[in-house]
Design a protein around this ligand. Sequence first.
Ligand SMILES: Cc1cc2nc3c(=O)[nH]c(=O)nc-3n(C[C@H](O)[C@H](O)[C@H](O)COP(=O)(O)OP(=O)(O)OC[C@H]3O[C@@H](n4cnc5c(N)ncnc54)[C@H](O)[C@@H]3O)c2cc1C
Length: 374
Amino acid sequence: MGLYEKLKRASFSLNDKTNLLQNGYIISEMPLWTKLHQRHGYPAMGLSRGQFLEILYEALPHSQETVRTGCRVVDLQITANGVTAVLQDGRTEEASIVIGSDGVWSKTKEALQQLNTELDTEMFSTRINFQGLYGKAPAMSGVKPGTFYETRSNGIATQVVGSEGTMLFSLIQTVDTSTPVPRKYTLEDREAMASRFAEVQVAPGVRFKDVWRIAERETATMVNQEEGYAANWHHGRLVIVGDAAHKMTSISGLGLNTGLHSAAVLVNQLHDIHRLNKDPPAFLIEDAFATYYNIRQSETYSAFRLGQSLTRNVTWSSWADWIWDRFIMPWLNQDYIICDRISPLVSRGQLLSYVPFQELKGVVPWQSQSKERY
Ligand SMILES: Cc1cc2nc3c(=O)[nH]c(=O)nc-3n(C[C@H](O)[C@H](O)[C@H](O)COP(=O)(O)OP(=O)(O)OC[C@H]3O[C@@H](n4cnc5c(N)ncnc54)[C@H](O)[C@@H]3O)c2cc1C
């Protein structure tokens, strides 16, 4: 797609991971991303979702005509040869297929559930066991650029990463919500959550209250950190991808990554059938969607389960989580964590099969083969 260099320029580098307790005591330190860079040939790139979307948007041909913002799909109606999307303002859009990358409260997922009432619609119905607060602040001494700090504790955890001029923070706390519904938080909710974390040392010697004091308050956001895994990803001309299919908290850092790899598999399938037939019949579309699901189900389910356990480990949700996080993880060999647990996930990365590119190589071979690589 030709965006690698641009993304690299816009991003900050990630090198090390430091795990600590609320009082600043360091439990473990490892050169996680430096080693992954050596193993796979690509650096880890830290950037905000907004920056990432902007770069994609700018690179999209005719983006102003093809992307319409500020309109909500309120209904999806299946027609003989396509789908009609009904927008909130009453307008309609005709399409041959709908790819719902519309997040955890996906309208497309809802439509799939209605079409497939006999199927057990969600393997793990969406639950809200965690809330988050994330934002940006100017860089501070004590937060080393390129180091990712993660504090663990009873019911709360923090993640902070610094770059040359800026620092990103993310807080997470366990909550007990019986009704999982989308919710917008008020400024008071946000302040209350921030004050609960005030004394936590998000990096050695750096308390959250000091970060919050200089944080960009207008962009700091409090959100639900839902978890859910849809069993039914497609039906007829509808398909879902990303958080609509598998929603995990931000702790594992796998939500977007997993969704992107799924999106690559999905468009590879669509590209293949479109090459054969410019107006593919319904059965070919359904086959493509089924292949996409079959390729991605196991990997995404593992990522989802990993996300569930990592979130519970760092928030010490049970005695077992506490023992694992506090005593077993720091004792485990770092090479085992990087080489045996994280690296295989990276090496199974998906490629856009029809986009030629010059591949970078580390010491670990890539498992996917591009058809037109040069
Ligand atoms: C604090 C935080 C840190 C994170 N860090 C990482 C990380 O380091 N690595 C990582 O891989 N992931 C991370 N994630 C997760 C990542 O942000 C999500 O997995 C990713 O944004 C999901 O993308 P998506 O497009 O599937 O859904 P979303 O980002 O939720 O986008 C859905 C879009 O659909 C639109 N939409 C929804 N309903 C409708 C409708 N009816 N009509 C029209 N439009 C609609 C929404 O407005 C939105 O624009 C993090 C998340 C958080 C909260």
